[in-house]
Write a protein that binds this ligand. Structure first.
Ligand SMILES: NC(=O)c1ccc[n+]([C@@H]2O[C@H](COP(=O)([O-])OP(=O)(O)OC[C@H]3O[C@@H](n4cnc5c(N)ncnc54)[C@H](OP(=O)(O)O)[C@@H]3O)[C@@H](O)[C@H]2O)c1
Ligand SMILES: *[C@@H]1O[C@H](CO)[C@@H](O)[C@H](O)[C@H]1NC(C)=O
Length: 287
């Protein structure tokens, strides 16, 4: 073993141990008790699981998505699990007036807001970029602009509560991913907007945390359907992923990487060996 490894391996171990314990030891489910939380895209997938975790922790949950029948069921389950209150508002995030309306309803129904979890994504295709510029525009509206609109409307309430914004992004929002060109563009846009906004909050002493969540492949129905047979990596469980997101938001972490080994570690290559990282990403695809 060379001198470099002798130093680097224990050092890496220390860093990982510090990260692991500093984040995990402080979290208590009571942190969410009585908190007023909006979860978008909560009719299914990771958003649905976040609603259940928040309900178990005794939060007030306000969920939204388009499909009313599914939202009704999720709300019922949230009540069974012990939510302080559970409500839904159905509508589409293609419409910025609707995005705005959801946040205003939190003000009216809950008297304020402690956490805004932005999680919804519009449907896209999984394949080579097809040249459809209109689709890119529409996806930017759903996946990016509605996040901006909701944040803007929620900001006075979040300042008041010293609250948190949680933005669900992806590995595809940190490094180029084939077959998801429009989606990847919308996720990179989120990083630009929210990382810049975080800087301004610090400069202006605005005590609202922003947590950007960088997720790998998760076992939601949509993702598994899209990527089955193409992506070689096994998906991680959505319930555990959802808990990690809620926890990261409550701890006011800057970023969450889930799972760490398939997101943070490869991303360490981005600034020193970008071509190698690109190659590793492509090597996970079977054509
Ligand atoms: N699953 C993964 O492998 C993975 C990987 C990296 C990042 N992520 C991120 O994790 C988050 C959740 O992903 P997921 O896999 O749980 O997604 P999902 O199962 O497809 O759920 C998407 C949610 O967004 C809602 N939605 C879709 N179009 C909408 C629209 N136009 N207006 C309002 N709501 C809309 C859907 O409900 P309706 O259809 O009822 O509207 C649904 O509740 C996303 O931000 C995604 O980018 C996921
Ligand atoms: C910001 O708000 C959080 C949550 O209320 C609090 O724990 C933290 O001490 C505050 N930070 C500052 C710098 O005021």
């Amino acid at each position: 073993m060379g001198r470099w490894q002798k130093i680097a391996i224990p050092f890496l171990g220390l860093v990982l141990a510090f990260w692991f314990y500093s984040a995990r030891e402080n979290f208590k489910p009571e942190m969410l008790k009585g908190k007023r939380v909006i979860v978008t895209g909560a009719s299914t997938g990771i958003g649905e699981q976040m609603a259940y975790h928040l309900a178990r922790m005794g939060a007030h949950v306000l969920i939204t998505a388009r499909t009313e029948a599914k939202l009704q069921k999720v709300v019922e389950r949230c009540r069974e699990l012990g939510a302080a209150s559970a409500r839904y508002i159905s509508g589409t995030m293609e419409d910025m007036a609707f995005a705005d309306h959801v946040v205003k309803e939190a003000g009216t129904l809950l008297g304020g807001l402690d956490m805004l979890i932005l999680n919804h994504v519009g449907a896209s295709y999984f394949g080579y970029y097809n040249g459809d510029v209109e689709h890119v525009r529409k996806l930017l509206e759903i996946n990016f602009l509605s996040y901006v609109a909701m944040t803007t409307t929620a900001l006075p309430m979040l300042k008041e509560s010293k609250g948190s914004i949680v933005v669900v992004s992806s590995m595809a929002g940190k490094v180029g991913f084939p077959f998801t060109v429009p989606y990847s563009a919308t996720k990179f846009a989120l990083d630009g907007f929210f990382s810049s906004l975080r800087q301004e909050f610090t400069m202006q002493n605005v005590n609202v945390s922003i947590t950007l969540c960088i997720l790998g492949f998760i076992d939601t129905e949509r993702a598994v359907r899209d990527a089955a047979g193409v992506l070689l990596s096994p998906p991680a469980p959505r319930a555990e992923c959802a808990l990690e997101i809620v926890r990261a938001g409550a701890l006011r972490l800057r970023e969450l990487y889930y799972r760490y080994g398939s997101t943070r570690l490869p991303l360490l290559l981005r600034d020193c060996a970008a071509d190698l990282l690109d190659y590793l990403v492509r090597s996970r695809y079977r054509l």
